[in-house]
Ligand binder design. Structure first.
Ligand code: G6P
Length: 592
């Protein structure tokens, strides 16, 4: 959802470093890219397209100077074009700004600036910012004061970085509702939307809060509030290492992250103490409400099955973007569980802010220090490490691990913890046989529709399998509760339509098999995902993806999603799509 970077180096050339850092943010958007560096003038290179394409075309690192700002864009206002790419400048070209967020009142600001004679070049909301800064700088204010005045007029969300030809050696940053962190290296200073962007340079991070500004120059970093008062900020040393944000020999981040899942589960299992502690603090709760988007929403659905079937605690799962209609139904006895990989999803944060005064809130988040972790009452971290592929994989299984542990400690079902300990090995065995899934992907890559079916705990798995397919293969995929097939979608099953049936051993096994038969009777091709020893399933399906027979239905969602991720990944690769950067999507959605 746009990524921004800024750096001030100790006499090294900034553009190659900005390019390297902004590449790490490409998961946030890849419609266009641009870099600006100041000296006697502001130098800018930018264009639409993926970073490597633009770099090959214009040579992004070929810019002078030891400081600058950079941007990758996920278009909101204005189609992806060179002119709409950031950085944006004022009339004189002396001020350059990069921005992540949305300026809601940009039309009225633009009209008023135009009536004062400002000439706009792009269709973006962002361009009002350099023109506003210009307006104030021409009255004699410096860059910092002018940014502050400009931001006072802006409604909406932003993380920005601004530079001026008149004050080379300085970057002014600010945030409101969009993430922005500061990196303090050895005589070099950074700004970025996310920590992985700058991990090669420093792991000393300052997390900015809404309404804070930061001034970077050669002598250091100063954080201020909007009244201009200096704020002392804690420097956090983060444990993520630079190689965690590299492909490490894999073709794509997504397949690397799929293979990191056993480790992600293992590391998340080490959170047991924190979970026990939170369980002891939460106290009396008579209702659970999960709030999340995308893949995190599917993890939440598994949470509902667990809380209701194992503890009998009424549990809602609400899409964050729809939450406002339910907010009043939460009270002090409700535990609202926010699930978010990034901890920055705008819809999720908005929901959290709506209830945090009236209910208990727990955030399950992957990104250290992200906004949700600072605003929720309780926080649990998934220990998946940085996830770069746009389609969530290892963070999903880590979220599930966290939820299972939470339920196990609340219900004192230690047998669940024992079963979780087996998951990493069960996943590893499956990953060793991924060649079989690759062959299935080759067979079905031309399909135009896929259905995914499952009952009970396997229903959210079916939904998540369908989401993965849509996201990275652009094939229409629909997840259905297997028992609902007969109420509509069966009409769409024809000769050769692929149906992925998730059928782990357990209570729902036989009923799901009956649904498989219904599909076969209409000519559908069933890809069964179940126990490798399940003879009944094997005899009913075209293709079987077999997993460890010890995996029971309740625990199955954590491991059973892996073959579905692999199926989508290999179809995507077969179709020549880059699974790490699916069109129109971004990993971190910071607009509502
Ligand atoms: C985007 C991503 C998804 C993710 C969703 C929620 O749509 O592409 O992969 O599941 O946001 O993100 P969150 O960070 O809140 O889990």
């Amino acid at each position: 959802m746009c990524g921004i970077v800024g750096c001030i180096l100790n006499n090294d050339k900034a553009a190659p470093v900005l390019l390297e850092c902004v590449k790490k943010l490409e998961y946030r958007g890849y419609d266009s890219v641009g870099i600006a560096t100041p000296d006697s003038e502001i130098h800018i290179k930018k264009d639409k397209g993926m970073i490597d394409e633009v770099d090959a075309k214009v040579g992004l690192s070929d810019l002078p100077g030891d400081m600058g700002i950079a941007h990758v864009r996920w278009a909101t206002h204005g189609i992806p074009t060179k002119t709409n790419s950031h950085p944006h400048t004022d009339c004189s070209g002396d001020i350059a700004v990069v921005h992540n967020g949305i300026i809601e009142n940009y039309k009225e600001l633009k009209d008023s600036l135009q009536s004062e004679g400002h000439i706009f070049k792009s269709d973006t909301d962002t361009e009002v910012i350099p023109h506003l800064i210009e307006k104030y700088m021409t009255t004699g204010l410096d860059l910092e004061e002018s940014v502050k005045e400009a931001l006072n007029l802006i409604h909406g969300s932003y993380a920005i970085a601004a530079i001026s030809r008149n004050e080379p050696g300085k970057i002014v940053g600010a945030r409101k509702e969009s993430p922005l962190i500061v990196g303090k290296g050895e005589n070099e200073y950074f700004l970025a939307s996310d920590a992985p962007a700058i991990l090669n340079h420093t792991n000393n991070i300052i997390y900015l809060e809404d309404g804070e500004m930061v001034i970077l120059n050669k002598s250091g970093v100063t954080v201020k509030n909007m009244l201009g008062e200096i704020i002392e900020k804690e420097v956090h040393v983060i444990t993520w290492t630079p190689d965690m944000a590299e492909k490490s020999g894999y073709d794509h981040f997504m397949i690397k992250e799929i293979h990191e899942q056993p480790e992600a589960v293992k590391n998340t299992l080490m959170e047991a103490e924190d979970i026990e502690e939170i369980v002891s603090q939460i106290g009396d709760v008579d209702k659970i409400c999960f709030v999340a988007c995308g893949t995190s929403y599917h993890a939440s659905l598994i949470g509902k099955y667990l809380f209701e079937s194992l503890i009998g605690l009424p549990t809602d799962v609400i899409l964050a973007s729809e939450f406002k209609y339910s907010a009043k139904a939460m009270d002090e006895k409700t535990l609202v569980i926010i699930i978010s990989q990034s901890g920055e999803t705008a819809d999720t944060l908005k929901a959290l802010r709506m209830v945090k005064e009236q209910s208990k809130t727990l955030a399950i988040v992957n990104v250290l220090g992200s906004t949700a972790t600072r605003e929720a009452e309780y926080v649990l971290y998934t220990r998946a490490g940085p996830e770069i592929g746009v389609a969530a994989t290892k963070t999903y299984v880590s979220q599930l691990t966290c939820i299972y542990m939470l339920v196990a400690y609340i219900s004192k079902r230690m047998d669940l913890i024992d079963e979780l300990q087996n998951v990493p090995q069960q996943m590893t065995s499956l990953l060793e046989n991924e060649g079989h899934i690759k062959k299935i992907a080759q067979k079905y890559k031309y399909a135009s529709d896929f259905f995914f079916i499952g009952r009970g705990f396997s229903y959210p798995t079916a939904l998540e399998g369908a989401l993965k397919l849509k996201e990275i293969t652009y094939i229409h995929g629909e997840g259905y509760a297997a028992g609902e097939l007969k109420h509509g979608p069966l009409a769409l099953i024809d000769d050769g339509v692929p149906v992925v049936a998730v059928v782990p051993p357990g209570e729902t096994h036989d009923k799901t098999l009956s649904n498989v038969e219904e599909v076969r009777a209409r000519g559908g091709h069933v890809i069964g995902v179940g126990s490798q020893e399940d003879g009944d399933l094997k005899s009913e399906v075209e293709d079987l993806i077999g997993l460890d027979p010890e995996i029971n239905e309740i625990i199955s969602p954590i491991t059973y999603i892996v073959p579905l991720q692999l199926l989508s990944y290999y179809i995507s690769v077969e179709k020549g799509i880059d699974p790490d950067k699916p069109k129109n999507l971004a990993k971190c959605v910071t607009v509502e």
